[in-house]
Design a protein around this ligand. Structure first.
Ligand SMILES: NC(=O)c1ccc[n+]([C@@H]2O[C@H](COP(=O)([O-])OP(=O)(O)OC[C@H]3O[C@@H](n4cnc5c(N)ncnc54)[C@H](O)[C@@H]3O)[C@@H](O)[C@H]2O)c1
Length: 343
């Protein structure tokens, strides 16, 4: 079987820590080309992965015979570059948040459909072993009726992560569109939809820029969410959890409580109503603190969905639904009303 020819557009941190490494480790893939506007960065990536370097994604798409593209760019470029790549006949794995508006997200989905190509969004939280296990337990009724949840994703901010450090696009509204909500909150919106196996109907939100100077995006956000069946809970996203990252989720059910990524050793702990406790030692969650080095399974899943012609788990529609939660929360904060979530 000939190898899948891929290109990675954007050679910053997520490309270096995950996409390039995981494509390299996938025996069915050949990294053909890489692109970044920072010449030194793209040359380094090209050298390391024996790929051709481009500083223009348009040029790359016009010149290379490729099958698939990873879009690892600042948020405002997700839609235009994904659409260009889909129209050029490539499958696309785009980083999250999917887009900066529902219109852009819809255009990406349309471009994938019209060109009969896969579109996947990089919501890696769904592949974390504790999360997949919890989804199964909840679906099987292990904790009975689910009543409530709380989830949080916070760290000290992306300055220590982004290739651009303190000057990063992450802090600029024109390029990022949203801050902690897009970096972290949308991951948990997607995770909760996946764990509960249903959609949210309403949100009330408080969104602040309170911790960082020199930014016009949010750095602290708390949402109260209600699902269609009436499960209620909170989602917090923050760039002000300075002392330590929090990546935890707790699901409260009739017969038990599932604690996810809330303990350094056990990825999942289930406290049963009958007094029993079961602790699961599972594969580690990806974290900025360890340089994001664990396998996310995102790339392997994307490659498999192309090779086996299967719809990816997080396709464009799924990415859009998770984005809708954030868009409705922004509306709620602006209007000081509880808002409905589309989709
Ligand atoms: N799935 C996850 O857990 C996760 C984690 C971190 C970041 N991300 C997402 O990945 C994306 C990239 O984030 P990052 O952390 O790698 O940021 P980064 O700042 O480290 O890298 C961004 C790169 O894009 C390059 N770039 C900017 N404009 C370009 C253009 N027009 N053409 C080519 N290259 C261009 C920059 O030079 C930089 O190298 C973001 O959407 C972010 O939300 C996802």
């Amino acid at each position: 079987m000939s190898k899948l020819k891929v290109a990675v557009i954007g050679c910053g941190s997520i490309a270096q820590h995950r996409h390039l490494v995981e494509y390299k480790n996938n025996p069915n893939v050949e990294i053909v080309a890489v692109c970044d506007i920072v010449e030194e960065r793209v040359k380094e990536a090209a050298g390391k992965y024996h790929a051709k370097a481009y500083t223009s994604y348009e040029k790359l798409l016009a010149s290379e015979q490729i099958d698939a593209v990873s879009v690892c760019l600042p948020n405002y470029l997700h839609a235009p570059v994904s659409i260009a790549a889909l129209r050029a006949g490539n499958h696309v794995l785009c980083e999250k948040p999917m887009a900066t508006s529902r219109e852009e997200a819809a255009q990406m989905i349309a471009a994938a459909t019209e060109n009969n190509k896969k579109l996947m969004i990089g919501h890696n939280q769904r592949f974390v072993s504790s999360h997949t296990k919890a989804r199964k337990l909840i679906a099987e009724g292990e904790i009975g009726k689910v009543y409530s949840f709380r989830t949080a994703f916070g760290h000290g901010g992306p300055e220590g992560w982004s290739a651009e450090g303190k000057e990063s696009w992450f802090f600029k509204k024109e390029e990022a569109f949203i801050g902690a909500m897009g970096d972290l909150g949308v991951h948990k919106a997607d995770l909760l939809r996946y764990l509960l196996g249903e959609e949210f109907s309403n949100v009330a939100a408080f969104i602040e820029t309170s911790a960082k100077d020199d930014t016009d995006v949010d750095d602290n956000a708390v949402f109260i969410l209600r699902s269609k069946s009436g499960v209620i809970g909170t989602l917090a996203a923050s760039w002000a959890y300075n002392a330590k990252e929090d990546n935890s989720t707790v699901i409260y059910g009739e017969k038990g409580i599932i604690r996810l990524e809330d303990d350094p050793t056990y990825g999942m702990i289930v406290n049963y109503t009958n007094g029993e406790t079961v602790k699961y030692e599972l594969g580690k969650i990806q974290s900025n603190e360890d340089g994001g080095q664990t396998n996310t399974h995102v790339i392997d899943h994307f490659v498999e969905s192309i090779l086996q012609n299967k719809q990816p788990l997080i396709d464009g529609e799924e990415g859009k639904k998770s984005l809708e939660v954030i868009l409705a929360a922004m509306e709620s904060d602006k209007t000081k009303q509880i808002t409905s979530i589309e989709g």
